[in-house]
Write a protein that binds this ligand. Structure first.
Ligand code: HEC
Length: 120
């Protein structure tokens, strides 16, 4: 006799039940953690795990007056656009790539994360 459809469903639902029980824990992590994750994916290579910048790549975002003095909206617009070395506002002479292709919610979470780490 082959396994009944009901028995197969039970096995499948066992796996689903595990997924469903993990999902709220991930969700409870909240926007700051979502920002930290998105920062780690997109920004860490140049700005470092501690946001203090990586020599020859990204600048320090903890001590950045630019981050301190921009509104979240302005910072989001900046991250979308980036800043090229020929921009008069350049601080390092190196390129900051634009991230306009990231979903708006992810950009907003990154902005909240970077703001929360900035010491002014
Ligand atoms: C390829 C390396 C690189 C990556 C990846 C990168 N940046 Fe940058 N970022 C730079 C460089 C270089 C500068 C400085 C540009 C300049 O000299 O004006 C900069 C500047 C900035 C500034 C302005 C700092 C200031 O004081 O003017 C912010 C804010 C910033 N980056 C945020 C981010 C965020 C958030 C991410 C991820 C979404 C990111 N960067 C990804 C290289 C990078």
């Amino acid at each position: 006799m082959t396994m009944s459809v009901a028995a197969r469903r039970t096995r499948c639902c066992g796996v689903l039940a595990v997924l469903v029980s993990v999902a709220p824990a991930l969700h409870a992590a909240g926007p700051a953690d979502a920002g930290g994750t998105a920062y780690a994916t997109n920004c860490i290579a140049c700005h470092g795990a501690d946001l203090a910048g990586v020599e020859g790549l990204g600048v320090n975002l903890v001590t950045s007056k630019f981050v301190a003095t921009r509104s979240p909206d302005a910072l989001l617009a900046f991250i979308k656009a980036g800043r090229m070395p020929d921009d008069p506002a350049t601080v390092s002479g190196r390129p900051m790539p634009g991230f306009g292709w990231l979903p708006e919610a992810e950009l907003a979470a990154i902005v909240a994360f970077v703001k929360s780490r900035n010491g002014g």
